[in-house]
Every structure is written in structure tokens, then in C-alpha cells.
Design a protein around this ligand. Sequence first.
Ligand code: HSE
Length: 349
Amino acid sequence: MKHKIGIIGFGTVGRGLTEILINKRDYLRRKYGYKFDIIAVADFKFGNVYNPKGLDVQHMLDMAQAGKKFTRDLVDWDNTRLIRKANATVWCELTFTDLQTGGPAIEHVITALEAGKHVVTSNKGPAALHYPRLKKLADKRGVEFMIEGTVVAGTPVINLATGPMAGCTINGIRGILNGTTNYMLTEMEKGMAYKDVLKIAQEKGYAEADPTGDVEGFDARAKVTILANIVMDAGIGIEEVSCEGITKITPADIEQARKQNKRWKLIGSVVRRGDRVEAFVKPEMIDLSHPLAGVMGATNALTFATDLLGDVTIVGPGAGKTETGFAILTDLLAIHRKRAQHKKSGRKA
Ligand code: HSE
């Protein structure tokens, strides 16, 4: 059976995912038996399109690349109607993150879950602000709500902690969780000016639509909140995570760190203290001998402090078009595997 994929948001991640799916179509079928059509795309800039048999996505990529609106399979349905009416089995919610309210993404996710569709998202709004209630809704409807792409792009931190590391108690998490600021700090160390390097980070697709979220630490705070709640059952709200970004770091601070054989990093931490879990984000001067000091550019790194394995560190890309597109793919394949298992055991897929 073919998976019918709907995509909401045809920006950097939506196009990254689509390119991967096109390029790997044969490989995915051969290796995993994964067959799919992309049947619907909703984008506020390019239009809403739907074809139950599959869209001409290469044409859509070309149009989007040229900055032109879609011309084929257009529907005049709004996003809610499209989500309800299209024959998608899974919706990928890839719109811009809004950490104040969760933005329209919350509505998209709820509508899809209520309609009995799986949801995969890289949008930190729903995951950081409303994960428990959305997961509950997904469970009630017998579908998946998957969020690997919300933290450290496709580097599998959530799936690692909740899958292969299940059984370990995780007592702490510490790491570099924002690619933009790590890239900026790396380049600023080489002498580039803050403003110039921020512009490049935006051009490379690392930064959020509003980069304030990156440089003020709000993006890292959202990821810390997600990890604290999913991996360490913290039950905390995003407002309980204290947060300081990199905007106050000057060339003089960088020089001062250098003289002490140290380097500035924006560090997100989750710490278990007795019954309580605390989480915070702040710039820290890290000794050059520390493993996190060697993590440069848009690369992210995360150390889980566990009871059975000691420290487990994972390093990988934390942002980018293909890297986040891959995060969505990995969740799509996880749904495919679960579905196949359910089918074997005769349960609802
Ligand atoms: N703006 C984010 C970052 C993108 O730089 O890490 C991935 O969440």
C-alpha cells in the first residue's frame, strides 16, 4: 500500500523533504518497501494544491525555486479544509515556528489528528507548547505524532533516547542545541562581524524566519523544554526554562575566552535535582579540552547522562534543508515500520 503524504509549508524544510523523497523514491521502495505519493501541499505563498493520485512535485519544486505560484491541481480550500478532505494518511507540518502561541501549526496538527491522520512535524511550537495534549489526542485516535525534527534536525536525539536507550534513566542532558548561534560563534571567533555572520546563517537556511529566536536563545529553550518533557518526564512549561542568548557576547569576550584557552558556546541543560527537573539555556565559556568545545559551525551535540551507560554523546547537524528534511523522512519510515508491525499482528494500522 502507498502512503499518501500531505505537506503543510513548502519552505526550506518542505522542499528539502520533497527533494529527498524524489531522489530516493526507488531506494526507499527497494530497501524498506516504502511507497508513497505526495498528494497535497499547502503553502501560503505558492497556493494549496491537491491531487488524490499524486502531485507533480518536480514541477512544484521548479515553480517554488523560481518564486512563482503553483499552477496545477490548485484548490480553493483553506488549510483546515484541505487537511480534512484530502486522502492523506500522514500530514507533515512544516510551517514556521511560532513559540508565542504555537501559530496555525497547532490547528493543523489538531485537525489532522482528529481526522485520524498521522502527523510528523519539525515545528517546535506544537512540540514545545502542547506536546502532552497532542500526544494524548494521537493516542486516542490510534495515530502517531512524531517530532524528531524539532530537536537537532535529523540527528536522532529523541528517537535515540526513547528507543534504543529505553531502560536507561536519563539524569541530565547538556548540549549545543542551536546551529545558527554555534555557526555564528564559530565565525565570530575567526573575526567576522555579528551582523554579517547572522545574514550568512539566514542564507544557509539555519536561522529561524525571525532569527531573534536563535540569537536570544528562545529556539534552544524550546528544544530544551521538549527534551526535558519527553526524555526526562519533567512536566515543565517553556516559561519555566530560564534563557539567555548570545547577543551580549562581544569580540572582547571572545578574546578573553581565547586567552583562558576557552571558547563560548550556547549551552542548553536539563538537570535532575531530587524529584525536580530544572532546565536552562545560557552562554558558557567551555574549556578547549571539553568535547563540546570542538563542536563547530552549525553542528549540534548532546550528552545524555545515564545510570546504566554513563555519558552518551551524539554529534550531528542541527539545522539545514536536507538535514531537517531527513528528520521528517526518518519519522515517516518509523510510521511505516509500526504500521507494518500492526498489520502483522492484526491490529489497527
Ligand atoms: N534555527 C534552528 C537552528 C534550526 O539554528 O538550530 C533548527 O531548529
